[in-house]
Structure formats: structure tokens, C-alpha cells
Design a protein around this ligand. Structure first.
Ligand SMILES: Cc1ncc(COP(=O)(O)O)c(C=O)c1O
Length: 432
């Protein structure tokens, strides 16, 4: 029997961390209001709660307009339609992200072009974007991943130079700010998710933000079965679908937006403390701070594990040991999308992958993005944001567990355990 919980020792942490999502009586009152109003749907368009939330959400993100939609994936799809993406156009995306960043590109019959991430931030490497531009490129789609922003200064410079549109995937960046500007406000449009793990959630849901009324009108038509937008100044008529957010879901968003600043302050304080506890810990690296991030929006705290400085014990064993110590965390949280089992793309289903090409693009075999692969398969460790919503003692428990595992890392050599086997698999493929 060893010292580590995974080898039979006592777990360091026996009480749970704060759960997520949270709610107060405000959500209850808002739901009651919808229930008795009899206006449950997103039609007549849009509902009272959805409008009120969108207005506040836009203000928080320093942007003129926001529109609720029913998922973050749809938010990206609608944003692509708003900038006039056409079948066959190319969209530059980071390789290391959730499949939901890339799926909408294929859904509008455009072609995703994967670019590697910056090892300092794990976000789209702005320095590599220009090399990926071709005459077919129309959009750059950076993701503000985990707890960092993609380098918007450089991305916007490249976009202007090549007349490209920018859509920010802000699924992880609620309330975040870059140089005093809200997430989603710098590109042509921003897309948010309110899926259940996110910093604000309606179980499922999303929003599109923009400073451009013409784009916002197209978003409103697209998600409302092609009906005229609320203002209809530009009078676009497009084929749309029903991607509206229902009022029950919109109702629980408002109170959470009100709580977000206080929650963000707690997370930020605990994360700063966490960093002081981990600074100069052999085997652990921190993402580079960026002073241009003027308000942190951490979907997760992400750090780096260096197995070569931890006696060559692989990340899967390190993460599994931490989990058994009672610390919720994950290693293979995202895969480079082109390698993920959730990306079984068949060119026969997406004709744009063949148009004007000698042979269909095989998106699964044509890319090799070393930084994305290193982050995905060897280095990144993700801690959910709610781990940092509690007390400093909670945060200390996470740091103590990391130190405990590193101090006893030899116990993991050659160990076989279900948690380790699961950590070698992507999230969709794990045994429960
Ligand atoms: C980076 C990123 N982009 C897009 C999405 C898609 O959001 P949704 O799950 O709401 O469709 C997610 C959500 O999981 C995400 O994490």
C-alpha cells in the first residue's frame, strides 16, 4: 500500500468542491414568471427575458447588440452566415479546441483550416495565421480557450491586411476583457455558449454579439426561420431555421449574469493564490500571463505538466492520481479536432472538401500541429472553474494534492488503474 490514494493511501481531499451550476431564489422567481406568463417559447420573437438578458449581456461585453440562440454551436454557425460565408470558403480555426468550434464551419459547407496553438496560451497562434491564408480564406475564428485570450491585436492586424472577417469563439470567456474590451467585441462577431459547464448557463444555450447591426439582423433572421429581424433596416431575406432560445432558459441567465462579477473575483483571487503555491514546482508550468487580459474569464484553470521533469511518469497517471486524491481535473480534455473520434469527417458528406481540389481534402490526415498535440496528449491539465469558487483552503487542497502526487510519483510507475486507462482516452470514449 502506498501513500497516494490511487495506490491505497488516504485521499488528501474527502469533501466535494463547490458544485456547478448554482442557483438562487432569483432564478426560481424568473422561472415562475415565465410559467405564469404563458409566453414560454422564443416566439413571438424574442421573449421578454431573452431581450432583457441580451441587453445586459451586450453591455457587459462592451458591444452594441446581443442575440440569444439555442447553443454555442449555433451561435458560431449564425455568425458565419452573418458575415456571408459561402460554400467552399475557408475558415481558419485553432486545432486545439472543442469540436463545436469546427462543426459549424462544415455545416455551412465551408472548409476548416487548422492552425496550431501558441504554447504560451494554448490559443490560436496568431503568428501562424498568415501562412494559412489562401485566396479562399474568408474568416479567422480564434477561440479564447480555457483562461487566456487569442492574441486579438495580431489577429485583427492580419484580418485587416487580408480583408478577412473575424469571429471570436467566446464559449469560455464570459465577462472576459482584453485591453478593456469585452470578449466578442473586437472581431466582427462573437459567439458564446451557455451549455451546462459554462460560466453562465441555461443548461443549453448561446448568444451572438456584434457591434454591426447588419450582421445582427442576419443572425436574427437566420435563427428565426428566416423571418424579418427586429429592426429590419437592411431588409435581408435568408433561409433560416429555428434556433431560438426558449424563455425558461433565458430566464435563468439574467440572475447568473448579475452574480458573475462577484464569482469572477473569487475565482481570480483563488487562482492567484494557486499560482503562488505552484510557482517553481518542478514538473509544473503555468501559462504565460498576458497583461492585455484586463479581466480574467477562466472556464478552467489550465496548467502544464512536464513528464520529463517528473521521472517520465505520463500525464494520464499524474491526472488519475490527482483525481483519486479527490481533485476534479482532466488531462485529455480536448484533442486536436482533426484527430478526435468526434470528428469522423467523410468528404462525401461535405462537398466543399472536394470542390476545386485534385482529390478530396482528408482533414483527418493532412494536419500535424505539434503544439496542439503536445497540449492535448502530454501536457495540459484542466481544473474546472468551480474548484476555485470556494475558500482558500479548497485551493490549498488542490495545490497540496499536486505536491503530494509529485513527491510520491514513483508509486505511479507501471501502475494499471481504470482512472489511468480512462485518462488515455478522449472524453467521449471513456468507460463510466
Ligand atoms: C470552445 C467551444 N466552442 C464552441 C462550443 C459549443 O457550444 P455548445 O456546446 O453550446 O454548442 C463549446 C462548448 O462546449 C466550446 O467549449
Amino acid at each position: 500500500m502506498g501513500k497516494l490514494a490511487i495506490t491505497g493511501g488516504e485521499p488528501l481531499r474527502k469533501t466535494p468542491f463547490p458544485s456547478w451550476p448554482t442557483s438562487t431564489k432569483e432564478e426560481g422567481l424568473a422561472l415562475e414568471d415565465v410559467l405564469t406568463s404563458t409566453k414560454w417559447g422564443g416566439q413571438p420573437f424574442p421573449g421578454k427575458h431573452s431581450v432583457a438578458f441580451a441587453k445586459k449581456f451586450a453591455e457587459v461585453h462592451t458591444v452594441k447588440y446581443a442575440q440569444c440562440v439555442n447553443t454555442g454551436t449555433v451561435a458560431i454557425q449564425a455568425a458565419l452566415k452573418a458575415v456571408g460565408i459561402r460554400p467552399g470558403d475557408e475558415v481558419i480555426v485553432p486545432a486545439y479546441t472543442w469540436e463545436g468550434t469546427v462543426g459549424p464551419v462544415l455545416l455551412v459547407n465551408a472548409v476548416p483550416v487548422f492552425v496550431d496553438v501558441d504554447p504560451d496560451t494554448y490559443c490560436l497562434d496568431a503568428k501562424l495565421v498568415e501562412k494559412a491564408i489562401t485566396p479562399k480564406t474568408r474568416v479567422i475564428l480564434p477561440v479564447h480557450l480555457g483562461m487566456r485570450f487569442a492574441d486579438m491585436d495580431e489577429i485583427l492586424r492580419v484580418a485587416r491586411k487580408h480583408s478577412l472577417k473575424v469571429i471570436e469563439d467566446c464559449a469560455h470567456a464570459h465577462g472576459g476583457m482584453w485591453m478593456g474590451k469585452g470578449a466578442g467585441s473586437m472581431g466582427d462577431l462573437g459567439a458564446f455558449s451557455f451549455q451546462s459547464s459554462k460560466l453562465i448557463t441555461s443548461g443549453e444555450g448561446g448568444a451572438v454579439v456584434s457591434n454591426n447591426l447588419e450582421y445582427m439582423e442576419k443572425v436574427q433572421s437566420y435563427i428565426n426561420a428566416g423571418r424579418a429581424s427586429i429592426t429590419d433596416k437592411y431588409h435581408h431575406r435568408i433561409i433560416g431555421f429555428n434556433y431560438r432560445l426558449g424563455e425558461f432558459q433565458a430566464a435563468v441567465l439574467g440572475p447568473q449574469l448579475d452574480r458573475l462579477p462577484a464569482q469572477s473575483a473569487i475565482r481570480e483571487k483563488n487562482m492567484k493564490h494557486f499560482e503562488t503555491r505552484l510557482q517553481s514546482t518542478p514538473g509544473i508550468g503555468l501559462l504565460k500571463p498576458d497583461p492585455r487580459i484586463t479581466r480574467l474569464a477562466p472556464y478552467g484553470y489550465v496548467l502544464k505538466y512536464f513528464s520529463d521533469k517528473a521521472k517520465d511518469i505520463p500525464r494520464a497517471s499524474f491526472v488519475a492520481a490527482l483525481q483519486l486524491e479527490g481533485i476534479p481535473c482532466d488531462g485529455l480534455f480536448y484533442e486536436p479536432v482533426y484527430k478526435s473520434s468526434l470528428f469522423p469527417v467523410d468528404p462525401a458528406d461535405f462537398p466543399a472538401l472536394s470542390w476545386g481540389r485534385e482529390k478530396p481534402l482528408d482533414l483527418r490526415s493532412m494536419y500535424s500541429c505539434p503544439e496542439s498535440e503536445r497540449a492535448a496528449y502530454h501536457e495540459a491539465v484542466w481544473f474546472p472553474h468551480q474548484n476555485f469558487l470556494g475558500s482558500q483552503e479548497d485551493t490549498d487542497a488542490i495545490a497540496d494534492a499536486i505536491h503530494k502526487v509529485l513527491s510520491n510519483i514513483e508509486e505511479l510507475r507501471g501502475l494499471d488503474h481504470k482512472a489511468i486507462r480512462n485518462q488515455k482516452l478522449g472524453r467521449a470514449d471513456r468507460e463510466s
